[in-house]
Design a protein around this ligand. Structure first.
Ligand SMILES: Cc1cc2nc3c(=O)[nH]c(=O)nc-3n(C[C@H](O)[C@H](O)[C@H](O)COP(=O)(O)O)c2cc1C
Length: 142
């Protein structure tokens, strides 16, 4: 199965209260579980940052859902590529509140792998490494 991943940032609208965010996560996780998409969503300083991965067709369906949502605007794609393996096996959509400075740094990272032709045990891109480091430092399993 061909796997792919997407990384983007967007601006959350004023409609996004913590209640709306809870509903969004419930909806996203149940859909992701049904289609086998995993990843993580960060929110802070009126911005979203999301990394998600799965089969190429599930990723493009989920991406279309995400782009249709009126809960955010100004979506900027940082990466959309084929990947050799998943990074987030357990999370149908992990979530963290994050400081704006963290989102800012993530948006400036390189997200594509340095050696995309290496099919197995490819090194993580600098962006993935920074994301994993933030998740580890902020603790918890969701
Ligand atoms: C920041 C953000 C992340 C989302 N992530 C996912 C996701 O991972 N999987 C998914 O199926 N839908 C995802 N969605 C779509 C939502 O689950 C839901 O369909 C949408 O927010 C409903 O928005 P609407 O009220 O504007 O239609 C996301 C939407 C937003 C705004």
């Amino acid at each position: 199965m061909q796997l792919s991943s997407v990384v983007y940032m967007s601006r959350s609208t004023d409609q996004v209260t913590s209640e709306v965010l809870d509903r969004l996560l419930l909806d996203a996780r149940s859909n992701n579980a049904a289609v086998g998409v995993t990843g993580v969503l960060l929110h802070g300083d009126k911005r979203f940052f999301q990394y998600f991965e799965g089969s190429a067709s599930a990723v493009s369906d989920v991406y279309a859902r995400i782009r249709r949502s009126t809960l955010h605007t100004d979506l900027i794609e940082l990466e959309h590529q084929s990947i050799p393996e998943r990074r987030f096996h357990k999370w149908f959509m992990g979530f963290r509140e994050a400081p704006g400075s963290v989102l800012q740094k993530l948006s400036h990272e390189q997200w594509d792998r340095e050696r995309p032709w290496v099919e197995d045990h490819a090194p993580n891109s600098p962006g993935i490494r920074r994301l994993l480091a933030f998740l580890e430092a902020s603790g918890g399993d969701e």
